[in-house]
Design a protein around this ligand. Structure first.
Ligand SMILES: [Zn+2]
Ligand SMILES: [Zn+2]
Length: 311
């Protein structure tokens, strides 16, 4: 088989193989679910360890849990490991920007104190899910475009709900950290924010049903080495409800509430909500990225991304 079959979702990992989630366990003891079903990558606990501290750090967006440390942390709110994959960060859709305007920032622009040290540590596992998603998609594109000869299908496994949590964490970073603008406007001063939904998601690892993330792929390729990030603002409510991220042939949009504002925007892109299969179709061979979600799927949503060689 040299092409990924649209109607059959097999994967090449045997029971005794090491698990494709990189845990170091065997597939059988890790992400395998029921026979014939797609695997599931577990989300670790995101609660800070031990007793609740009773402290609310004024700079921490998780402060309402009253489980902060007094120490704060200043960090990149897109993990540095992800930023290292890109040299240019384009920021779009900020309130001070004209529609369609883009600004380029160095990666260092994305540092801010948005979490206390205790919450920063507790939420750190989410960064790995983001990094694995970026790595898997970049590798999948490179593989599918890498040869004009047919070959086996490259398979990888990433966590769909882990990536969704990463997008929410990014959204919180953009909102509460802000990105320095010429006129100094920060989202946290100009827009409201669905903090309840955010805190619930990042405490329990459980995702709001009506919200979620969408993937679209028909926007053309973003220049190599570039990643584009911007908020999704519900203009009617003046609320910063979501985030969009573009790189390679992919656009992610994640919202914390039902996406009233973003629907028109999304419709044009014909995106897919929480897909389980992303197939990257190259000139001669394919890559399949399996996104895992809690619960067994009745219906497997599959998004096909056609890649044109660029030469
Ligand atoms: Zn695993
Ligand atoms: Zn905190």
């Amino acid at each position: 088989m040299t092409r990924a079959r649209a109607d059959r979702y097999t994967f090449p990992w045997g029971e005794a193989d090491s698990c494709p989630c990189s845990s170091g366990y065997t597939f059988r003891d890790c992400c395998r679910t029921a026979p014939g079903k797609l695997p599931y990558v577990k989300i670790p606990s995101l609660e800070p360890p031990g007793e609740i501290t009773g402290h609310a750090h004024p700079k921490c967006y998780m402060a309402r849990t009253r489980n902060c440390s007094t120490a704060k942390s200043r960090e990149h709110y897109i993990s540095e490991a992800i930023l290292r994959r890109f040299d240019k960060l384009l920021v779009t859709g900020m309130p001070w920007q004209v529609k369609g305007e883009k600004e380029t920032f160095p990666a260092s622009a994305l540092t801010a104190t948005v979490l206390c040290e205790r919450h920063n540590n507790a939420l750190a596992p989410i960064d790995q899910f983001g990094l694995r998603t970026f790595n898997a998609i970049i590798e999948a594109c490179d593989y599918a475009l890498g040869s004009r000869h047919s070959g086996r299908v490259l398979h990888s496994l990433i966590s769909g709900d882990g990536m969704e949590l990463w997008l929410y964490k990014l959204l919180a970073g953009i909102h509460f950290g802000g990105i320095a603008a010429a006129d100094g406007g920060l989202l946290r001063d100009t827009c409201s924010f669905p903090l309840d939904e955010l805190v619930t998601s990042l405490t329990t690892g459980t995702l709001p049903d009506q919200a979620g993330f969408w993937i679209a792929s028909n926007l053309g390729l973003v220049e190599r080495g570039h990643i584009s990030v911007g908020p999704l603002i519900d203009a009617a409510k003046n609320s910063n409800v979501g985030v969009q991220v573009r790189f390679g042939p992919i656009q992610f949009e994640a919202t914390l509430v039902a996406p009233a504002i973003t629907t028109s925007h999304l419709e044009k892109l014909a995106p897919m909500k929480r897909p389980r299969i992303l197939d990257f179709v190259g000139p001669a061979r394919d890559s399949r990225v399996i996104l895992s979600w809690p619960g067994l799927a009745r219906e497997v949503r599959r998004l096909e991304v056609k890649l044109e060689p660029q030469d």
